[in-house]
Design a protein around this ligand. Structure first.
Ligand SMILES: Nc1ncnc2c1ncn2[C@@H]1O[C@H](COP(=O)(O)OP(=O)(O)OP(=O)(O)O)[C@@H](O)[C@H]1O
Ligand code: SF4
Ligand SMILES: [Mg+2]
Length: 375
C-alpha cells in the first residue's frame, strides 16, 4: 500500500457555486410523488464470502432506506461493496458460497432467509435491476420485444401472447425507441448501445416495479446518451412512482439525479446524507478524496485532479480501526485502533463515520481556498 503521506486528498471547500448539486436539476424533469414511508429498508446488512484465501467481508453493517419517488446514489471506489449490497437486495447471493445477515424489507416484506421461490416472485415484479451491460441481460438469440414480452408473462401468466406483445411495444415506445412495433422484432445486436440500455429499462419496468436498482447504468455510454438515459429514468420515476437505487462511480451522475447519497468504503458506509449535504458539505476525508479526484463539471477544466493515494484494502484483512486510515492524512491513534461509528453530524439526516472532532471536521471541510478541488 502506498505511503499515506503521498499526495493526500485535501478537503474541498463548501463553495456556493459548487456545481452539479440537486438544485441544478433541469426544470423540465417532472417531480415525482414521494411516499412518507420507506419502500426499501436495509438494516445492518452483512455479506461474507468464504473463499480459499479467507473470509471476504464484502458488506459489513450497511443500513439505509429508500422511499418511492426518491433516488439513492451509492458511491465508492471499485470493490467497496456497492454491487454486493444491491445483489443482496435482489436475493441473488448463492447461499452455498455466501452468508447474508441483517434485515432487508421490501414493501414491508422481510427478505433475508426467505426461500428462493418467494424471492423470485418479488424479483422482476416488485424489484427490478438494470445492469451496466445490457448484453448481459438481453439474450442474443431472441428478439428484444419477445424478451420484454416474456418478462411480462413471467409475472402475468394469464396474459396472452398478443397482450404481452402490446405491453412490450408500449414499453419500447415509453422508453423512447422509435418505431417500437418494428423494433420489437429486432435482435439486440441490431440496437445501438443507448437503445439497448433503453430496451433493458423497458424490460425492468414492464411489470411496473416499485423499486429499481440500477448498477452503473450509464457507465458504458457516451456523455450525450448518458444524459438522455438519466433524463429517461427521472421521467419514468415520476410516471411510475418508483424508488431507485443508483450505483455509480460518477459523482457527476450523483449530482444530476440522486436525492440521497451513501458513500461506501471497504464494505462500510462512511458518509450518508442528502446529495446536497454529501456533495457540498462533505464531512468525511474519504468523500473529500472522491470529490477531489473527479473533473469539475462546470468549474476550471484545467484544475488538477488529485487521486486518493494508495489502494482500497483487502476485504479479507481489513486494517484495524478505521479502514481508511492507511490512506488518510488525518489518521490519529484512535483511527488505528477503533472502528468509527456512523453518527449524526448535526445536520438533519447527515451521518459520518470519522473520529475527527466535529468542529475540526467542519473547519477542514470548509477548507482553505488553496486546496479547493471540488468537482
Ligand atoms: N462471489 C464472491 N466471492 C468472493 N468475493 C466476492 C464475490 N462477489 C464480490 N466479492 C468481493 O466483494 C467485494 C465487493 O465487490 P462489489 O462487486 O460489491 O464491488 P463494487 O463496489 O460493486 O465495485 P465496482 O465499482 O468495481 O463494481 C470485492 O472485493 C469483490 O472481490
Ligand atoms: S477516522 Fe481517522 S483515519 Fe478514518 S477518516 Fe477519520 S481521520 Fe481519517
Ligand atoms: Mg459493482
Amino acid at each position: 500500500m502506498d505511503s499515506p503521506q503521498a499526495a493526500p486528498p485535501g478537503p474541498p471547500d463548501a463553495h456556493p457555486d459548487a456545481p452539479g448539486t440537486p438544485d441544478d436539476r433541469r426544470p423540465a424533469v417532472p417531480q415525482p410523488r414521494v411516499d412518507d414511508e420507506p419502500y426499501l429498508r436495509v438494516d445492518d446488512l452483512r455479506v461474507r464470502f468464504d473463499t480459499a484465501d479467507g473470509v471476504v467481508r464484502a458488506v459489513d453493517g450497511v443500513s439505509f432506506t429508500v422511499r418511492r419517488g426518491r433516488t439513492l446514489g451509492i458511491v465508492g471506489e471499485s470493490g467497496s461493496g456497492k454491487s454486493v449490497t444491491s445483489l443482496a437486495v435482489l436475493g441473488l447471493h448463492d447461499p452455498r458460497r455466501s452468508t447474508v445477515t441483517g434485515r432487508i424489507t421490501v414493501g414491508g416484506r422481510q427478505l433475508v432467509g426467505l426461500p428462493e421461490d418467494r424471492i423470485r416472485r418479488l424479483r422482476g415484479r416488485d424489484v427490478a435491476m438494470i445492469f451496466q451491460d445490457p448484453l448481459s441481460a438481453l439474450h442474443p438469440y431472441y428478439t428484444v420485444g419477445r424478451q420484454i414480452a416474456e418478462a411480462y408473462r413471467v409475472h402475468h401468466p394469464r396474459a396472452g401472447r398478443r397482450a404481452a406483445r402490446t405491453r412490450a411495444v408500449d414499453m419500447l415506445d415509453r422508453v423512447g425507441i422509435p418505431q417500437p412495433a418494428r423494433r420489437y422484432d429486432q435482435y439486440p445486436h441490431e440496437f445501438s448501445g443507448g437503445m439497448r440500455q433503453r430496451a433493458m429499462i423497458a424490460m425492468a419496468l414492464v411489470n411496473d416495479p416499485a423499486l429499481i436498482i440500477a448498477d452503473e447504468p450509464t457507465t458504458a455510454l457516451d456523455v450525450t446518451v448518458q444524459a438522455q438515459i438519466l433524463d429517461l429514468l427521472a421521467d419514468l420515476q415520476a410516471e411510475f412512482h418508483t424508488a431507485i437505487v443508483l450505483i455509480t462511480h460518477d459523482l457527476g451522475v450523483v449530482a444530476q439525479v440522486t436525492d440521497d447519497v451513501l458513500v461506501m468504503y471497504a464494505g462500510r458506509v462512511v458518509e450518508q446524507g442528502s446529495a446536497t449535504q454529501v456533495l457540498r458539505r462533505a464531512q468525511h476525508p474519504y468523500t473529500w478524496g472522491l470529490l477531489s479526484s473527479v473533473p469539475s463539471l462546470h468549474g476550471d477544466p484545467d484544475a488538477d485532479l488529485v487521486p486518493i493515494p494508495g489502494n482500497p484494502p483487502s476485504l479479507i484483512h481489513l486494517p484495524p480501526g478505521c479502514a481508511f486510515h492507511p490512506r488518510c492524512r488525518y489518521a490519529g491513534d484512535r483511527s488505528r485502533a477503533e472502528v468509527p461509528r456512523l453518527v449524526p453530524t448535526g445536520a438533519d439526516g447527515h451521518l459520518v463515520a470519522c473520529h475527527l472532532p466535529p468542529d475540526e471536521r467542519t473547519r477542514l471541510a470548509a477548507g482553505a481556498l488553496s486546496e479547493r478541488r471540488l468537482p
